[in-house]
Design a protein around this ligand. Structure first.
Ligand code: ZN
Length: 608
C-alpha cells in the first residue's frame, strides 16, 4: 500500500472496500480487534547519510516489576542468524511521564527495563542500517528500506499484541510502500494485528516509482526504486498473468492487496504475507534472456505467498525469532517453489513447454554435478541451512547441495508420479490445494514431515517410498528415465565433457589478484596441491590478474602442463598443473517422437 498526498483519498476508499470484503484468514486489520492498540512505534530518519533510523516504541497497560524488550535474531525466509541487535545504539527507557527508567542487557538481544510498576514504558534507540538487501535494512541519501525484524523490538511474551507504526520519512521523500494496512485519517501510520504480521511487512521509503494493476479482483502495487527503460505496460501485464495463473491454481488469493517492493540494485528477494521485497538491476529487464530470469525470480517470490507463507512446515510459524527454526522440508518450501516458477509461467503463457523442460534439465544438472551430491540429501541440506547455506565456508561448494535445485527435481518427480499413478485424476496441484485447505485454513498450523508425505500419497493413491525414503532422505541415484517416461520424455544422463580445459580452482578478486576461493575435489588444481586462499601470481611466468586468469587458462588445451606461481602465507611457490577435462552430465530433457497415447495425455495435461 502506498501513502502519499495524491493517493490518500483513493486509498481510503480502497481501504474501506477492503474492510467490507475482508475475508482473508490471518490478516484481519488491527482496527477490527482493538480500538486503541497498546503498542505504537514511530520511526524517523532525520539524517539519512548517517544511516541511523531512530525508533520510539511506546507500550501501555503494563504490569510487573520489569519488562524485556527483544530484537529478533533473524527474519523469516532468510534462514540465517543475523543478530540484528548488534546494530542498536543509544537505548533509553522512560515511563509515561518522561521519568528515566533503569535497564540492563540480559542477553545479546534483550534489554530488561525496571518498570518500577509504571503502566507505560517508552523505549527509544537508533539502528544502524546500511545494507541494501532484502533481509536487512538500509538508509541513505537515496531512500530507505526497513526489514521490520531488524528494526523493531517487541516486548517479550507480547508478540500477539496489535501495533501501529508511524513512519516519518525524510522531508525529501514522498512515498511509503508496504503491505501493512494504512490507518484511516493518519497518513504515514500503519497497523498490524500482531508483531508476526509487522515482522512480515517490509517498508520502502523514498521517491520510488509506483505502478498499479488489478489481477484476480485484487489491487496490486509495484513500488520500484529504479525500473530503468523497462516497458512498464509489459512489466505489469506479465505480473498480472503470473498472479492470475497462481490464483487459478490455488482457487483464491489469501490477501486483500499485494505490493511488489523493488528495493534497488543487487541480488536476492524475500517473500512476505502480502508483499515481496526484491532486488533488481534495471538493465537486466532489457534483454530477453535476463528478462525470463526476472520472471522466474518474481514468480518464485510471489508463489511463496502460498508455498511457505500459507502452506508451511510446522517449524516455520509461529516463529521463534531468537534462534534457529529447524526443518527437514526447505526442499518442499523452496524447491517446489522453484518447480512452480516454471509451471506458473507456462500456464501464464510466458514460458513454452520446451523452455520448461530446458530449465528443469539445467536445475537437475546443477545439483547432480555438484560434488556435495555425494554427501548431502535434500532433507539434510534443509536442516543445515542455518550454518551452511546463506553463510558458507570455502568447503561448502564441495560438500553441500542446494535444496532449491534438488527440491525442484523432487517436485518434478512427485508431480509426474502422482499424475501417472492417479491416471491423470490428481497432480501436485491437488497436494498444494489440500495442504492449503486443511492446514492453513482449517487447522491454522503447519504440517509435519509425515503429513506432507501423506498428502502426496493420498493424491497418488500409492505409497511414494522411493521418492521420500530414498531420493529425498539419502544420496541414492535417481531413476530419471522411469519418472520422465510417464510423460513420454527422455533425459540424457551419460557423462559428457565440459568444453575447454579444467583447472578446478575458482578464484575471487582481491585487489585485482585472483585468490582461490575453493578447490574442486580431484581437480588438476587439487592434485597439484593448490589450496583455498592461495593467490595465483603467474602462469608460465606471465603475471595474471583476476580479469586475465580465465582467458589464459582457456587459451590452453586439456593435457597441457602449466607452471603456476602462487603466494601462500607471504611466500611465493611454484607448481606444475596438468590441465584436465571436466566430465559433466547435461540432463537435457526431450520429448519422444512417438509417445504412447497415455504418455502424450499426461504431457499435454501437465505442460501447455
Ligand atoms: Zn524462495
Amino acid at each position: 500500500m502506498i501513502m502519499n498526498s495524491r493517493k490518500t483519498a483513493t486509498l481510503l476508499v480502497l481501504f474501506v472496500i477492503a474492510l467490507i470484503f475482508a475475508a482473508s484468514p490471518g490478516f484481519a486489520p488491527a482496527q477490527a480487534r482493538a480500538a486503541s492498540p497498546a503498542m505504537s512505534i514511530t520511526v524517523s530518519m532525520e539524517r539519512p547519510t548517517t544511516h541511523y533510523y531512530h525508533v520510539v516504541l511506546r507500550v501501555d497497560g503494563l504490569k510487573g516489576e520489569s519488562q524485556d524488550f527483544k530484537m529478533p535474531a533473524w527474519t523469516p525466509g532468510y534462514y540465517r542468524i543475523m543478530d540484528y541487535a548488534k546494530n542498536v545504539l543509544d537505548f533509553k527507557a522512560e515511563d509515561g511521564t518522561g521519568r528515566p527508567l533503569a535497564w540492563e542487557k540480559t542477553a545479546k538481544n534483550t534489554w530488561r527495563v525496571r518498570s518500577d510498576k509504571a503502566a507505560s514504558i517508552v523505549v527509544s534507540y537508533d539502528v544502524y542500517a546500511f545494507a541494501r538487501f532484502c533481509a536487512d535494512s538500509y538508509l541513505g541519501d537515496d531512500g530507505g528500506f526497513i526489514t521490520p525484524a531488524g528494526l523493531f523490538m517487541h516486548v517479550a511474551g507480547r508478540l500477539k499484541d496489535p501495533v501501529t507504526v508511524t513512519v516519518l520519512p525524510h522531508p525529501d521523500w514522498k512515498q511509503i510502500s508496504t503491505g501493512l494496512d494504512p490507518v484511516a485519517g493518519h497518513p504515514g501510520t500503519f497497523s498490524a494485528p500482531d508483531f508476526d504480521t509487522l515482522y512480515d511487512c517490509p517498508i520502502l521509503i523514498g521517491n520510488q516509482e509506483i505502478l498499479t494493476f488489478e489481477a484476480a479482483g485484487r489491487p496490486h502495487t509495484v513500488a520500484a526504486y529504479d525500473l530503468g527503460a523497462a516497458d512498464r505496460a509489459k512489466f505489469t501485464g506479465d505480473l498480472k498473468k503470473i498472479v492470475e495463473a497462481a490464483a487459478a491454481l490455488m482457487g483464491e488469493l489469501p490477501y486483500r492487496h499485494y505490493t511488489f517492493l523493488i528495493i534497488g540494485p543487487g541480488g536476492g528477494g524475500l517473500e512476505h504475507l502480502n508483499s515481496t521485497a526484491v532486488a533488481l538491476n534495471p538493465g537486466s529487464l532489457a534483454n530477453p534472456q535476463s528478462y525470463m530470469g526476472w520472471l522466474c525470480f518474481i514468480a518464485h517470490e510471489y508463489f511463496h505467498l502460498f508455498n511457505v507463507k500459507a502452506i508451511r512446515p510446522i517449524a516455520l510459524g509461529p516463529f521463534d525469532y531468537e534462534r534457529e527454526n529447524y526443518t527437514n522440508m526447505l526442499w518442499v518450501s523452496e524447491g517446489l517453489t522453484v518447480y512452480y516458477e516454471f509451471i506458473l509461467l507456462n500456464r501464464a503463457g510466458l514460458m513454452t513447454r520446451d523452455e520448461v523442460l530446458e530449465r528443469l534439465g539445467s536445475t537437475i544438472a546443477n545439483y547432480e554435478n555438484a560434488p556435495g551430491r555425494r554427501y548431502q540429501p535434500a532433507t539434510a541440506s534443509s536442516f543445515d541451512t542455518w550454518t551452511n547455506f546463506f553463510s558458507r565456508g570455502e568447503h561448502s561448494a564441495n560438500t553441500t547441495i542446494s535444496y532449491y535445485d534438488i527440491g525442484a527435481g523432487l517436485g518434478l518427480l512427485l508431480d509426474l508420479k502422482i499424475r501417472e499413478a492417479s491416471k491423470g485424476l490428481s497432480s501436485l496441484d491437488d497436494v498444494m490445494r489440500t495442504l492449503y485447505g486443511t492446514f492453513y485454513k482449517e487447522k491454522k498450523r503447519g504440517f509435519t514431515d509425515r503429513e506432507f508425505r501423506e498428502a502426496c500419497e493420498r493424491a497418488a493413491g500409492v505409497p511414494l517410498n522411493e521418492i521420500f525414503d530414498a531420493y529425498a532422505a539419502t544420496v541414492k541415484e535417481w531413476d530419471y528415465a522411469k519418472y520422465l517416461g510417464f510423460a513420454g520424455l527422455t533425459i540424457e544422463t551419460e557423462p559428457g565433457t565440459a568444453p575447454g580445459p579444467w583447472f578446478g580452482a575458482p578464484t575471487q578478486d582481491q585487489n585485482g589478484s585472483p585468490v582461490v576461493s575453493s578447490v574442486e575435489p580431484d581437480s588438476p588444481a587439487s592434485l597439484a596441491g593448490l589450496s583455498a586462499q592461495d593467490e595465483i601470481v603467474a602462469l608460465d611466468g606471465a603475471r595474471v590478474t583476476q580479469r586475465s586468469l580465465a582467458g589464459m587458462i582457456n587459451a590452453r588445451k586439456p593435457g597441457e602442463k602449466v607452471k603456476v606461481h602462487y603466494a601462500r602465507r607471504g611466500t611465493v611457490h611454484e607448481v606444475e598443473v596438468t590441465l584436465g577435462k571436466k566430465t559433466e552430465r547435461s540432463f537435457r530433457i526431450t520429448a519422444l517422437e512417438a509417445p504412447a497415447p497415455g504418455q502424450k495425455a499426461l504431457l499435454d495435461a501437465w505442460l501447455k
